[in-house]
Write a protein that binds this ligand. Structure first.
Ligand SMILES: [Zn+2]
Length: 405
């Protein structure tokens, strides 16, 4: 089936309502409900406790981070949609419990999976593996529906433009996430950390036999797009309990450390938020880690996952440490970067994955397509270029799935 037909068909027929769907005669989609055990680590609690280290701390004063918009000022750790949510598993039709699973991780500020359905289906068909579409904290169906409501968000967008007349890249699509991260930039880090623990919980639930369509001894690979790469890298390089010792990671428009991204655009984040995140993460994170004892505890060597995530934030910090992690896993990582991707530039993907001396032999292909495309929309659905898009989509996913086979 052609990419454009597949896109339309899956967009129309995949949903969360039933526990099992068969949208095409080659595909079963299972929907499960996930209950996060770790949601209480994120902002909103009065007191925090890490049971691993018997470490307790009172919450810092949270009053300073109100946005003035009640619709956004939710108590993060109390958001039900984030703590309990539905997610999709794509499996070849009528297959036995899967022994091989690809965890598909998405981009920043994504509200639905539609773009990824044909990607997941293609990966599944080409590799024969089962694909799990796992949503990040406060993304997809883990965000409040109001944050995607065009009317409500347009009101907020107008107010934000008045507050910051010179703002760039603001839109009703990114105003919720931009405003929330602007007032509390550590939300960016907590979103990554909580999703890390949720994925580990999912892997452990698989091992306990909780998912009938996946075998309890299944192994896991990663397909990550855009910011999802930071999460896939943290998971694979940390290799908790050896869960990912033989995992492979395919990165598409992804792979650079955070400080080398150029994320300002209408679908991702606005310029005020980018500046705040850079100030927080690149400028003064060491100071904030020392002041915020809870965050500091997780971004320390006591928690290898947090320390590895930290090493992926700022290019100029922990360079030797980060590069030895990539060197160790080099033959299990493959990236396709796009020449005209200005959000995650290809040379920054190379800078991170191959290291500053280009002495880490991670394979990175820099591809280009003969039609106008963007980071956030590499395969546009336009009638006039549909043949070129079809070829680009099939060629790209053939290379990614050959690696993941
Ligand atoms: Zn701890």
């Amino acid at each position: 089936m052609k990419y454009s037909e597949l896109y339309k068909l899956l967009k129309k027929s995949v949903h969360y309502d039933d526990d099992k769907l068969t949208p095409i005669d080659t595909l079963d989609v299972y929907n499960y409900t996930f209950h996060s055990n770790s949601y209480h680590i994120i902002p909103g609690e009065d007191e925090y406790r890490c049971s691993v280290h018997d470490f307790s701390v009172k919450a810092p004063d949270e009053n300073s981070w109100k946005s003035d918009y009640t619709i956004l000022d939710v108590v993060d750790s109390h958001v039900k949609e984030n703590a309990e949510f539905r997610f999709h598993i794509f499996t070849p039709k009528d297959s036995k419990p899967a022994r091989d699973v690809i965890l598909l991780l998405h981009g920043f500020n994504e509200k639905n999976w539609i773009k990824y359905y044909p990607w997941a289906y293609n990966l599944m068909m080409a590799t024969g593996k089962t694909v799990v579409l796992f949503p990040m904290t406060f993304h997809m169906n883990r965000a409040l529906p109001e944050w995607s409501n065009p009317r409500l968000m347009t009101e907020l967008y107008n107010a934000r433009k008045q507050e910051f007349p010179d703002i760039i890249g603001s839109s009703f699509v990114n105003v919720a996430i931009s405003t929330r991260i602007n007032v509390k930039p550590q939300r960016f880090i907590w979103s990554g950390m909580l999703t890390y623990y949720d994925v580990i919980q999912f892997v452990e639930e698989v091992k306990q036999g909780k998912y009938a369509c996946i075998a309890s001894d299944a192994r896991f690979d990663f397909f990550a797009y855009s910011i999802g790469g930071l999460l896939a890298q943290t998971l694979m390089l940390t290799n908790k309990n050896d869960y990912f010792h033989d995992s492979k990671m395919a990165l598409f428009c992804s792979g650079s450390v955070f400080s080398r991204l150029t994320p300002v655009c209408k679908v991702i984040m606005d310029s005020e938020t980018e500046q705040m995140l850079y100030r927080y993460i690149i400028g003064y994170l060491d100071t904030f880690r020392a002041k915020d004892h809870w965050l500091g505890h997780f971004l320390s060597e006591q928690h290898p996952e947090g320390y590895n995530f930290l090493s992926l934030l700022n290019y100029n910090k922990l360079m030797d440490y980060r590069e030895q992690l990539f060197a160790k896993a080099h033959d299990r990582i493959y990236a396709i970067a796009l020449k005209q991707d200005y959000i995650i530039p290809y040379y920054e993907v190379i800078n991170t994955l191959q290291g500053r001396m280009r002495d880490i032999p991670v394979k990175v292909d820099v591809d280009d397509f003969p039609y106008p495309y963007k980071h956030e929309d590499p395969f546009p659905l336009k009638e006039s270029i549909c043949d070129a898009v079809e070829l680009a989509f099939q060629t790209t996913f053939k290379k990614l799935s050959d690696f993941l086979k």
